[in-house]
Ligand binder design. Structure first.
Ligand code: SF4
Length: 327
């Protein structure tokens, strides 16, 4: 695979270390016309709606913006209308529309009726994305809809880069390093040629941190708090220690999740409620670092540094630690 064979490069950037490593790999390998795409799990209010704040770290989207700004790369946000919370609360309703930013402005697709159904429960932990619906509905489908509904991808070649690594799980180990993307239509009328590439699929975690250190970029605050992977703050894969940490640093947020479990009479993890999980865990030590907590729970990156000299760069507390997250 030669990146120069493509007209543009899209990197799916969650704000986590693996997708950050992909960006730095793409820069080092002169990938053409790089753009970053970030899927907002909680959505973004448009047309006077109110924002949901149920799942994600409040700082994540502005952290992604700060990285994009530092590297002078455009970033586009996309989301399912109403985000995770609206989808979870669906009651005899159809799937909402998808919003996506494009070079010519904000666009939307879908949401014109469709099959009505009811969820009224959290996604469940499973490799099956119809059960773990958040990954499918809030990320995989959102990016596919955003590609299929932008004519700029027709009659051209696009390389989509994602940061899954074999080391993360047996199911990710089976992913192909290179394959046609699900949106590919190179033989169809649109001649939309889209390939998926996972440049760090064979990398060890140490190689990921090494490239980030080499470029001096400060990792997302969740890593400094002790998380080994950046997922949603309230990720369904959360460990006992992570739920205990959330309860300590963001008690109101924790209660909203716990109350939803009660309301639905279905817990996120089958064996235990988040309250029981938190009781079993121990908050991470950095939960006592009030400045760090304030950054992680802020929705503005502000004047915080995003880059530091190589000598000053420090491995975050969560490196090589608990790496719960989607598999
Ligand atoms: S990070 Fe966790 S909760 Fe968030 S979308 Fe992925 S699997 Fe679902």
């Amino acid at each position: 695979m030669n990146p120069q064979d493509y007209d543009r490069t899209i990197i799916m950037f969650s704000g986590g270390k693996d997708s950050l490593a992909c960006i730095l790999w793409a820069i080092e390998n002169n990938c053409p016309k790089i753009e970053l795409w970030h899927h907002l799990v909680d959505g973004l209010p448009v047309q006077g709606q109110t924002a949901s704040t149920l799942m994600d770290w409040p700082i994540t989207s502005t952290y992604c913006k700060a990285v994009a700004q530092l590297l002078s790369i455009p970033i586009y946000f996309s989301w399912l209308d109403g985000g995770f919370e609206r989808e979870m609360n669906r009651s005899n309703q159809a799937k909402a529309k998808t919003w996506f930013e494009a070079p010519d402005g904000l666009r939307s697709a879908g949401g014109n009726g469709g099959k009505q159904s009811t969820r009224q429960k959290f996604p469940q932990i499973s490799a099956d994305l119809s059960i773990r619906w958040c990954s499918a509905y809030l990320k995989v489908d959102v990016s596919a809809i955003a590609i299929r509904n932008q004519p700029r991808f027709n009659d051209s070649k696009t390389l989509v880069i994602t940061g899954e690594r074999a080391e993360e799980s047996p199911s990710r180990a089976k992913y192909a390093e290179f394959e046609p993307d699900r949106t590919d239509n190179r033989n169809g009328k649109s001649k939309r040629h889209v390939d998926r590439f996972r440049p760090i699929h064979g990398w060890k975690e140490s190689e990921v941190w090494a490239i980030i250190q080499r470029h001096g970029i400060i990792p997302h605050p969740a890593y400094h708090l002790g998380w080994g992977r950046l997922s949603c703050m309230s990720c369904i894969f959360g460990s006992a220690n992570q739920w205990a940490t959330i309860r300590k640093i963001a008690p109101a947020h924790f209660e909203r999740i716990a109350n939803y479990e009660q309301q639905f009479d279905t817990t996120i993890q089958r064996q235990r409620s988040v309250r029981e999980m938190a009781n079993l865990g121990t908050p991470y030590a950095e939960a006592n670092n009030s400045q760090l907590v304030e950054i992680a729970l802020s929705s503005e990156w502000g004047d915080y540094p995003i880059w530091t000299h190589l000598q000053a760069w420090a491995l975050p507390a969560g490196a090589y630690g608990e790496s719960n997250g989607p598999t």
